[in-house]
Design a protein around this ligand. Structure first.
Ligand code: 3AM
Length: 178
């Protein structure tokens, strides 16, 4: 099973994000509204027994509910090429704290440490050779985007099945935050 841990987003917020999707960027593959999420930790392929240990570790974690606000848009690039267009997250120490707790729990469950710095975001589109000018225009246009705050009251272990067009995500387990 291919797994990741993420924050599931309420429908109202998803619809607001979908409102940002814009046809004017050739090379952008927009994420469908049902797939929007905020990744806390990518896990990857796991065996059944390991998935169980991961579930136990996450279930044992005690975290607090907190508010979260999506704001701004940006891009990630690899080797000078933009690969992802995303909506950002306002500075959020409780979110970082939760992410760190999840990282610790998963390492205890036997996963290798995540080397990449946590940059909270919601991917809006994946990019294949998208024109820089169009991306810059998009970022400029939506720079002031700011959603209503949401209450994060659980986090979710998702499985992901890679499809031809888009991945299909299934919420496997929800872990409540107190
Ligand atoms: O939340 P986003 O969309 O940024 O790109 C994948 C997605 O990120 C990422 O995990 C999230 C849920 O699928 N992902 C996929 N393969 C990955 C890998 N090998 C990966 N992240 C790190 N390493």
């Amino acid at each position: 099973m291919r797994l990741f841990v993420a924050i599931d987003l309420p429908w109202e917020l998803r619809e607001q994000l979908a409102g940002l999707a814009w046809r004017g960027i050739p090379g952008a593959r927009w994420v469908p509204v049902e797939n929007y999420h905020l990744t806390l930790r990518f896990i990857g392929e796991t065996q059944g027994w390991q998935a169980e240990e991961i579930d136990h570790a996450l279930a044992a974690l005690r975290g607090k509910a907190f508010p979260l606000t999506l704001a701004g848009v940006g891009t990630f690039a690899k080797a000078g090429r933009a690969t992802q267009l995303w909506a950002g997250v306002e500075r959020n120490p409780p979110l970082e704290h939760l992410q760190a707790k999840i990282e610790t729990a998963l390492q205890r469950a036997g996963l290798a440490p995540e080397r990449r710095r946590f940059v909270p975001h919601v991917t809006l589109a994946r990019l294949d050779n998208a024109a820089e000018m169009k991306l810059a225009g998009f970022v400029q246009q939506h720079n002031l985007f700011r959603a209503e705050p949401i209450a994060v009251e659980h986090f979710t272990l998702f499985s992901s099945r890679l499809g031809k067009e888009q991945a299909a995500y299934v919420a496997e387990v929800e872990y409540p935050l107190g």
